[in-house]
Design a protein around this ligand. Structure first.
Ligand code: SAH
Length: 264
């Protein structure tokens, strides 16, 4: 329907085409400059957090993974097990395609090479792909607006919950966003880390011809929601990067590392 703005789960299930999303936002090398700069910012922060920053452990749960794996490329070196999750079955299928090296899987190789370069050895990219495929042990459905967000799936408490560019899309308003963050903190062990990338002052984004909206967030709202979920903000790296206006209307991005308190 023309002019319709989607945000609810059913809309994601019907209208979110994984390949449209991937080619718009993750065409590294051949894509638009703004999208590439944002991806580089993400990869650099992930590298700093997981390779250099000492965040690691047993289990990492990625919430709202979408059809993407870039957010796991540094983490897979420092966690024993990674659980990926999304609301929509087609995104989980797209992930499975890559994990199982099926025909038609998205080609992440230039992005994997970039991360290997950050980590000091571009030539080991195939080794990293193999490592990530081995480390992702489960692919689960999730709905962050529900308690529990992973439904009936039994998962261990995580050492790290990662969520990239997903909560602002999944939540229509600040109250829902704050409740979703409390659910994410509930998946963490005491002392575990919450690592998130948020689009600030987000209005909507395009997946092919379909428009999706979400919640408009300021940096302070994000920090307060994280703190009120029982986590201490350790690092908050905000930049004024924005997407190409035709693809996403936002103003700034914020990368946050927080730690859940001992008794939260
Ligand atoms: N993390 C990926 C994808 C972000 S796109 C990246 O960094 O690019 C936003 C994602 O949020 C989509 O994959 C969508 O399916 C997911 N999503 C939407 N509603 C959700 C909900 N209620 N619970 C969990 N994920 C949801």
């Amino acid at each position: 329907m023309e002019g319709k703005v989607s945000m609810r789960g059913e809309d994601y299930e019907k209208d979110f085409i994984p390949k449209d999303y991937l080619t718009t936002f993750y065409s590294f090398g051949s894509g638009t400059v703004a999208e590439m700069e944002i991806l580089k910012f993400s990869l650099q922060n992930l590298y700093q957090t997981f390779s250099a920053g000492g965040v690691g452990g047993d289990v990492l749960i990625d919430i709202g993974s979408g059809p993407t794996i870039y957010q796991l490329l540094s983490a897979c070196e420092v966690f024993r097990e990674i659980i990926v999750t999304d609301y929509t079955p087609q995104n989980l299928q797209e992930l499975q395609k890559w994990l199982k090296k099926e025909p038609g899987a998205y080609d992440w190789s230039s992005i994997v090479q970039h991360v290997c370069e950050l980590e000091g050895d571009r030539s080991r990219w195939q080794e990293k792909e193999a490592k990530l495929r081995k480390t992702v042990t489960r692919v689960l459905r999730c709905d962050v607006t529900k308690t529990p967000p992973l439904g009936s799936a039994q998962v261990p408490l995580a050492d790290c919950v990662l969520t990239f560019l997903a909560m602002e899309c999944a939540c229509p308003d600040v109250e829902t966003y704050r409740a979703a963050l409390r659910r994410l903190a509930g998946l963490l062990k005491p002392g575990g880390h919450l690592v998130t990338l948020v689009t600030l002052r987000f209005q909507h984004y395009m997946v092919g011809p379909k428009k999706f909206s979400g919640v408009y967030l300021e940096k302070e709202t994000v920090e307060k929601a994280i703190q009120d979920a029982g986590c201490q903000v350790l690092r908050c790296n905000c930049v004024s990067l924005s997407y190409s206006e035709a693809y996403c209307v936002n103003d700034g991005l914020c990368f946050v590392v927080a730690r859940k308190g001992p008794s939260a």
